[in-house]
Ligand binder design. Structure first.
Ligand SMILES: Nc1ncnc2c1ncn2[C@@H]1O[C@H](COP(=O)(O)OP(=O)(O)OP(=O)(O)O)[C@@H](O)[C@H]1O
Length: 689
């Protein structure tokens, strides 16, 4: 229904009637003049002129009217779309062929939203129906002008936005037309209303998939945003989420010079990407994943000095960090691998070049030692004895950083410092290793010390603190929460549509965050380990064991010291359990037995080691120091951080400077020594049940 016009329309007479009025007028004037002037011939001439006016004026008027009629009809039909502001003179016909318009320029009012594909299509359809023929519509959004060029011999009245492939559009089935509209709408929304979207389908596509596109090409108006990886990722996310294809995902290929982006169905991403043993390792490059096209490596250097790995339990974080550790070891780069969860990297305990540190105090010590080494290297550079960047590289990995920080700070606060008089006093602040680690973030790169920080979820202290810029080489595994996406990539949409596949995530690849699959290299004893993994692990171990690799590498002295502590701690534990090894824990080199394929692997509950299950197990319970009694067995750590069980012989309660004090005398059964322990009244103690 046409809306009523606010401007009064002029009454227009049909051309013949109007010419008749003029003719009669001329005849009346001629007759009147003949009578008045008494010249009878005037009436004869006048009637002849009136007849001529009637015939010529009527004919010409009819022709003019015939030309103007389509425009008039078009105006009436477009009025509901463009609103009352839209005047008839806003439609100008540039060219006619055989009396029908072939080029029309329409100036549309500002109320019309040409960004909506649906609205544009309605306008195009009206023009096609009123003017007939097929053609192009070009929208000039700045001047609010629509230029339509028509080939009015075409049988099917259809107008498409310019640059769309006319023949394809004409061949579209309704479902393909719907896909084309959808893709066009989605892409014009993000790349501008004048973006030209060309959607391709299989020539012979039929059945359920006939409407699924096999390619989309977009020519978009020049924009400064397209150089931003984040913008490009956002465009891809839109297409991925809103336009279907056969593989379920798209890849984007940008031609920034020509403002063109092509989308192609992305081949299914591999669930398993074996560690590329055939590929020669580039110097200081640690392979860890594949993106869609190639192996991703972290090149230890000043561009990306340190790496952050985020992944919830079971996402494949351990596998990724293990890849980094073994890649480094295979190049003769010593690795300090700190694992506060203690059992994630057991198989690396015997791996050449890798120092596995699992006890909280040892991890703190290892970090402080690495920090000292870094400062020592600075001394050497400053003294002109060694050139910057020429030391042996060292990789320091702290997995489960948040857990470590929490535990080490608890222990720090539970300990005592001495005041000026030598009396114990509570410690304040954080364990020194936390500060040392933060300083290493800034300084370590020049000393060829590189850090890997692993954690289950992004930690604001790391990602907003001073380490942030040093940790640009990031990987986040698993489908992201909005929070993770924001903290890791500054965009709450990134990674939120990732499939939940072990080892799948987003990684900073140099051209922005990209989807990756972590390389598979599973040692014996890990879930899913099969015969291929066994062969691979044997080869990886063989390569890292090459003596030529290590002959010029000087391992820092704390490597030996901490390794000895670890072995001593294990021996102490074995001794406590009568020399029996705990179920599932093996310090021996793993046997490379044939194992089932990954899909068939069913986790068997670990069988208890012979003898162990039958023996009464000691359990630890946390009790307040006030509950302790003489004769209780409690767990303490010696000066080097090795845990041992001791027997309480006496307890003294007192007060100093208004603060309660608790002192415990004990006997160490393992070392046959006596000792004294100062306990914090608010901190629980591990008592053996
Ligand atoms: N990239 C991968 N390729 C093949 N399998 C993988 C991959 N990543 C993980 N897996 C499988 O998932 C299991 C668990 O992975 P991983 O131990 O790395 O998890 P996680 O994130 O460290 O979790 P948690 O902290 O609980 O140990 C592996 O033992 C392996 O079977």
């Amino acid at each position: 229904m046409a809306q009523p016009s606010t401007t009064a329309e002029k009454k227009e007479w049909p051309p013949l009637v109007a010419a008749g009025f003029y003719g009669v007028g001329v005849a009346i004037i001629a007759i009147a003049a003949a009578r008045l002037l008494n010249i009878p011939q005037l009436a004869t001439y006048g009637l002849a002129v009136a007849l001529a006016v009637l015939l010529i004026g009527g004919g010409a008027g009819y022709l003019v009217d015939r030309r103007a009629r389509p425009v008039r009809n078009l105006h009436a039909a477009l009025l509901p779309k463009f609103g009352p502001e839209f005047q008839r003179d806003a439609i100008k016909v540039g060219k006619y062929r055989s009396g029908r318009p072939t080029r029309v320029v329409i100036e549309y009012p500002s109320v019309f939203n040409e960004r909506e594909e649906k609205a544009r299509k309605e306008v195009r359809d009206i023009i096609a129906a009123r003017l007939g023929g097929a053609g192009d519509a070009t929208w000039d959004t700045v001047r609010r002008r629509l230029v339509v060029t028509l080939d009015n011999v075409a049988a099917t009245p259809l107008i498409h936005d310019s640059d769309s492939p006319t023949t394809d559009v004409l061949d579209d089935t309704p479902s393909r037309a719907a896909t084309r509209d959808r893709a066009t709408g989605v892409l014009q929304n993000v790349l501008g209303a004048t973006a030209k979207v060309d959607v391709e389908f299989h020539d012979d596509g039929d059945g359920d998939s006939e409407h699924l596109p096999v390619g989309v090409t977009v020519r978009y108006p020049a924009t400064r945003h397209d150089v931003s990886p984040r913008f490009r990722q956002a465009v891809l996310t839109q297409v991925d989420s809103k336009v279907d294809n056969e593989t379920g995902a798209w890849r984007d290929i940008w031609d920034l010079k020509n403002n063109v982006v092509k989308f192609q169905p992305r081949p299914a991403f591999p669930r398993n990407a074996p560690y590329p043993l055939d590929r020669p390792l580039q110097k200081n490059a640690l392979p860890y994943a594949v993106n869609e096209n190639e192996v991703q490596e972290w090149v230890l250097g000043s561009r990306h000095p340190h790496k952050l790995v985020v992944g919830p339990t079971g996402s494949g974080k351990t596998v990724l960090i293990r890849n980094l550790a073994i890649s480094a070891a295979m190049q003769g780069i010593p690795v300090v691998l700190c694992d506060p969860k203690r059992i994630e990297y057991r198989e690396l305990a015997t791996f050449p070049g890798i120092l596995l540190v699992t006890r909280i105090q040892d991890i703190s010590y290892a970090i402080l030692q690495a920090s000292d080494l870094m400062h020592e290297r600075y001394n050497l550079i400053e003294a002109g004895l060694v050139e910057e960047g020429t030391f042996n590289k060292i990789l320091v990995i702290v997995d489960e950083f948040i857990i470590f920080k929490d535990l080490v700070n608890k222990e720090w606060k539970a300990g005592f410092a001495e005041d000026e008089t030598g009396k114990p006093k509570p410690r304040k602040g954080e364990d020194p290793s936390i500060d040392a680690l933060s300083n290493m973030g800034y300084l370590a790169r020049s000393a060829d010390v590189h850090l890997v920080i692993g954690m289950q979820r992004p930690d604001a202290a790391i990602l907003t603190g001073p380490l942030r810029d040093q940790l640009r080489k990031r990987t986040a595994l698993d489908q992201h929460s909005v929070e993770t996406a924001k903290m890791m990539w500054g965009d709450g949409r990134m990674g939120t549509t990732l499939p939940s596949i072990q080892g799948r995530g987003l990684s900073e690849t140099g051209s922005g965050p990209e989807e990756i699959q972590v390389l598979r290299c599973l040692p014996p004893g890990t879930k899913g380990h099969n015969t291929h993994d066994a062969v691979m692990w044997e080869e990886v171990t063989r390569r890292a064991s090459d003596p030529a690799l290590w002959q010029d590498v000087e391992l820092p002295p704390f490597f030996e010291e901490l390794e000895e502590r670890r072995l001593n701690a294990i021996e102490a534990i074995k001794a406590r359990y009568g020399g029996q090894q705990l179920p599932g824990v093996s310090m021996d080199k793993p046997a490379l037995d044939a194992a089932p394929e990954p899909d068939d692997v069913v986790e068997e509950p670990a069988a208890p080691a012979p003898g162990v299950a039958d023996e009464p197990q000691s359990t630890l319970e946390q009790v307040s120091p006030y509950e302790l009694q003489a004769g209780d067995q409690i767990m303490v750590e010696d000066d080097t951080g090795i845990p041992e069980i001791v027997e309480v012989t006496d307890i003294h309660f007192g007060a100093e400077d208004g603060e309660e004090t608790i002192t415990v005398d004990y006997d160490s059964t393992e070392n046959s020594t006596k000792g004294v322990l100062h306990l914090d009244p608010d901190t629980d103690v591990d008592r053996c049940g």
